[in-house]
Design a protein around this ligand. Structure first.
Ligand code: ADP
Ligand code: MG
Length: 253
C-alpha cells in the first residue's frame, strides 16, 4: 500500500536523463547516459579523469548543452528556451573545485549579488538570507572580509553558502575538496554532510570515499562517457561487478 502511494507520486523524480549524449566536435564526451535521481537522494559520482563527470553535471545545470537524449529537471525538460534555462539555474546550485568567488567583493556581497540580480530580493532580506547561510557554514564572522583573506576551506564554504542563498532544490558538487589542503577537507565535507542530512537532493563528484560511505544512497562509476556501474556504497566498494570499477577502486582506496 505504502509502496503504491510512493510510486504514484509524480514529482518524486528530481532529475531524469534519458539516453543523453554530448559531443565536442567528433568527440563523444557522454554516450547514452540514463539516470534517475529521486527527491532527496544523494548520488556520489566517481571515475577517472576525463571520463565525463564534469560534463555530465554541467549538462544538468545547463552550463553545457547536451547534443542528444533528454534531460528533465523537476518536471521541466531542458530545451533551448531561455525562460526554462533561468528557471533551472535557480533550482540547481553548483559548487566547483575552484571556488569561483568574486575577488573584488566582500563575502557578504558575494552572497547577496545573485539574490539581488536574479531573484530581485530586496537588499535587507538578501543580507538576512546571506547571514543565515554564513552561520550555517559556520563563518558568519567573515562577512565583511574579501575572499583572498580567507583560507581555501573557508572560501569553499562561502561558495556553498552562496549557492544555498538561491534556495536551490538540487545541489551539484564538482570535486569540491580537490583543490584544498588536506587539513581543510573535512570542514567542507562536514557542511556537505549537514546538507545531505537536511534532505537536499545532491550529486557529488568526489573521490572522498568516506563521504560516499556516510551519505551516498548510490555510488556511480563513470568511464569513457558512460555510467558503467552503480550500487549502494557498501556493495559498490566491497563487490564491484565491473573490472574497470574494481581497478579504479584499487587505485584510489
Ligand atoms: P572529468 O570531469 O571526468 O575529468 P570531463 O567531463 O571534464 O571529465 O571531460 C570529459 C572529456 O570531454 C575529456 O576528454 C575532455 O577533454 C572533453 N571535454 C570536456 N570539455 C570539453 C570542451 N569544452 N571541448 C572539448 N572537449 C571537452
Ligand atoms: Mg571534472
Amino acid at each position: 500500500m505504502i509502496e503504491a502511494t510512493f510510486m504514484n507520486k509524480p514529482n518524486d523524480t528530481m532529475i531524469q536523463l534519458i539516453g543523453v549524449g554530448k559531443r565536442f566536435g567528433q568527440f563523444e564526451a557522454l554516450k547514452q547516459v540514463s539516470l534517475e535521481v529521486r527527491r532527496g537522494e544523494k548520488i556520489v559520482l566517481c571515475g577517472p579523469s576525463g571520463s565525463g563527470k564534469s560534463t555530465l553535471i554541467r549538462c544538468i545545470n545547463r552550463m553545457e548543452e547536451h547534443t542528444s537524449g533528454r534531460i528533465i529537471i523537476d518536471g521541466r525538460e531542458l530545451t533551448d528556451r531561455t525562460k526554462d534555462i533561468n528557471a533551472v539555474r535557480r533550482e540547481v546550485g553548483m559548487v566547483f573545485q575552484s571556488f569561483n568567488l568574486f575577488p573584488h567583493m566582500t563575502i557578504l556581497k558575494n552572497l547577496t549579488i545573485a539574490q539581488r540580480l536574479v531573484r530581485k530580493t530586496p537588499e535587507k532580506e538578501a543580507k538576512e538570507v546571506a547571514m543565515h547561510y554564513l552561520k550555517r557554514v559556520k563563518i558568519p564572522e567573515q562577512a565583511s572580509k574579501y575572499p583572498v583573506q580567507l583560507s581555501g576551506g573557508q572560501q569553499q564554504r562561502v561558495a556553498i553558502a552562496r549557492a544555498l542563498c538561491m534556495k536551490p532544490q538540487i545541489m551539484l558538487f564538482d570535486e569540491p575538496t580537490s583543490a584544498l589542503d588536506p587539513e581543510m577537507i573535512s570542514e567542507v565535507l562536514d557542511v556537505m554532510v549537514d546538507l545531505a542530512r537536511d534532505g537536499m537532493t545532491m550529486i557529488c563528484v568526489t573521490h572522498e570515499m568516506g563521504f560516499a560511505r556516510s551519505v551516498a544512497d548510490r555510488v556511480m562509476f563513470m568511464d569513457g562517457g558512460q555510467l558503467i556501474e552503480e550500487g549502494d556504497p557498501e556493495t559498490f566498494f566491497a563487490n564491484p561487478r565491473n573490472e574497470r570499477t574494481a581497478l579504479f577502486l584499487r587505485q584510489i582506496l
